[in-house]
Design a protein around this ligand. Structure first.
Ligand SMILES: [Cu+2]
Length: 138
């Protein structure tokens, strides 16, 4: 009885792992969101945070009702101003579209811990816009 349930649990965990490894949704725990006009731009990940190192994020654009809004082409850059002798840093994310217009996957290598300014710009059906928000990398 007990052995069976442990095996069943393992199977569930293994299939969850495979789903992640095969490029499923990087996660839906909100890291941070900001307003851009009538839209809300939201960052999410599996762990709900931005990390020093490689990150897999979801970025979504939604209307006042929470429905996704297609904004066309999106770019994302993480910027940190110069600190003392350290030059400014710009870690540009690679974005890909998903099956849902208005939802994008982002891959970015964050070079260090600390406060970054996420700079988002878009161009398309909603016109041209820019949003920025600070995000803390752990
Ligand atoms: Cu820095």
């Amino acid at each position: 009885m007990r052995k069976t349930s442990i095996i069943a649990l393992s199977a569930v965990l293994i299939s969850a792992f495979i789903a992640t490894a095969c490029g499923g949704d990087p996660g839906d725990k909100i890291i941070k969101s900001a307003k851009s006009g009538d839209m809300t731009v939201t960052f999410a990940s599996a762990g709900g945070d931005l990390k020093n190192g490689e990150n897999e994020l979801m970025i979504s654009f939604t209307d006042a009702s929470g429905n996704p809004v297609d904004v066309g082409a999106v770019s994302l850059n993480f910027h940190m101003p110069a600190m003392g002798a350290m030059a400014e840093m710009n870690d540009r994310a690679t974005l890909t579209t998903t099956e849902t217009p208005g939802k994008y996957r982002a891959q970015v290598n964050i070079e260090m811990r600390g406060t970054w300014e996420a700079q988002i710009s878009y161009q398309g059906p909603q016109g041209t816009g820019q949003v920025s928000m600070t995000v803390n990398a752990k």
